[in-house]
Design a protein around this ligand. Structure first.
Ligand code: AHG
Ligand code: MN
Ligand code: MN
Length: 364
């Protein structure tokens, strides 16, 4: 397709909006502010060591975020960029982020809007210092009517909405190219940043994930903590052609969920960061509101599936802003198979399953 035939993100949003003559334009303006923030983050990321962008944010307790994780300089820079880019426009009532303990209400000197923005400013931060792909994940919710009517300040409870209520979700990927992948509930669209224009241009229309795959992604160093259905699934993949799946599988682990999600959108696959027994106080590694739900909406909009292993991710009622959850997503038939394994009564079967009793590579 010649360059001129590719609509910019702005053109795409305007054309989508024509279908809704009553739309005010607030939503489009919000997405464009988000896209601008992603471009600014991409620019910071691309400077790396040249811009003194690598390493930890500080040397003391001040650099530990509410998750108990060490903040990188770029985590903090990206969070600031997102806030500055999105607080002034009058589209938002509040924001919440991985890097902030509580919700961020819109300062009183700016008009308050009707949406909430939830984000992981930089996903895969362990990869920042080693020049591996990282990204930004975002989710747009409607502010509760009580916030809009009373103009009151947002509180954590306002954000505790099931993923099915997301108005839009997306991510930016800072890889060999910078991409913005977006769904507004009408399929998934991918935009590539044209470095000459500084504009996102539509390059991937109506992305669809193949229902079947021969590729899985999981951090196998946690295998001793996995629950039985996950062990069973991975064992069957590893058994390959000679096992019950009767086909060989390939494995990947980037440790940037956003990059794994993108690979899966492009060529299929399944990603698991399941609930495990590593730390009983944590129901999983990844966070429901700004990791699992937005990626879940994108997967479902692309014909894939996202799940806790036990139920559809988008139906989970959140209970906390920074809630962690087991996450499985990708090619539909694989995710459904993993859900089936969770639904089946399990421990007694182990002895009957030669893969587990004799040959398991992941036995406790
Ligand atoms: P974040 O950098 O936002 O804290 O998220 C990192 C997440 C996710 O991107 C990735 O899949 C996972 O952590 C990697 O975890 P392990 O180091 O346990 O593999
Ligand atoms: Mn993350
Ligand atoms: Mn992060």
């Amino acid at each position: 397709m010649p360059l001129s035939k590719r609509p910019t993100l702005t053109q795409f949003l305007i054309e989508q909006r024509r279908r809704y003559p009553t739309a005010t334009g607030d939503f489009n303006a919000l997405i464009l502010d988000v896209a601008l923030a992603c471009k600014a983050i991409a620019r910071s990321v691309s400077h790396g060591a040249l811009g003194d962008m690598l390493g930890n944010h500080g040397d003391d307790q001040a650099s530990i975020n509410v998750q108990g994780e060490t903040q990188k300089k770029l985590d903090v820079i990206s969070n600031d960029i997102f806030i500055k880019s999105n607080e002034w426009g009058g589209h938002l009532a509040g924001m919440a982020s991985e890097e902030m303990d509580g919700p961020y209400p819109i300062p009183k000197n700016y008009p308050q809007g009707k949406y909430l923005l939830v984000f992981d400013p930089l996903d895969g931060s362990s990869n920042i210092d080693v020049n591996v792909s990282i990204g930004t994940i975002f989710s747009v919710l409607r502010a509760p009517q009580s916030v809009i009517d009373a103009g009151r300040e947002v509180v954590s409870e306002d954000f505790l909405q099931p993923g099915a209520q997301q108005v839009a979700a997306g991510y930016a990927l800072y890889g060999p190219t910078t991409m913005l992948v977006l769904t507004v509930g009408t399929g998934v669209y991918g935009f590539t940043l044209d470095p000459n224009l500084g504009e996102f241009k539509l390059t991937h229309e109506k992305i669809q994930i193949p229902a079947d795959t021969q590729e899985f992604a999981i951090n196998a160093s946690n295998s001793r903590f996995w629950e039985q259905p996950v062990k069973r699934y991975v064992d069957e993949c590893l058994a390959g052609k000679t096992g019950p799946r009767a086909k060989d599988f390939n494995m990947r682990w980037i440790a940037s969920m956003v990059a794994e999600a993108h690979r899966i959108l492009m060529r299929g696959g399944v990603f698991l960061y399941p609930r495990d027994t590593k730390d009983p106080s944590k129901a999983g590694r990844l966070r429901l509101l700004y990791e699992a739900n937005p990626i879940g909406m994108i997967m479902e909009q692309a014909g894939g599936r996202a799940s806790t292993g036990r139920e559809a991710m988008l139906t989970v009622q959140p209970t906390e802003l920074h809630q962690r959850i087991g996450l499985v997503f990708g090619s539909k038939n694989e995710v459904e198979r993993i859900e089936r394994y969770h639904a089946e009564p399990s421990p007694a079967q182990d002895d009957a399953n030669p893969l587990f009793s004799e040959r398991s590579l992941f036995r406790d």
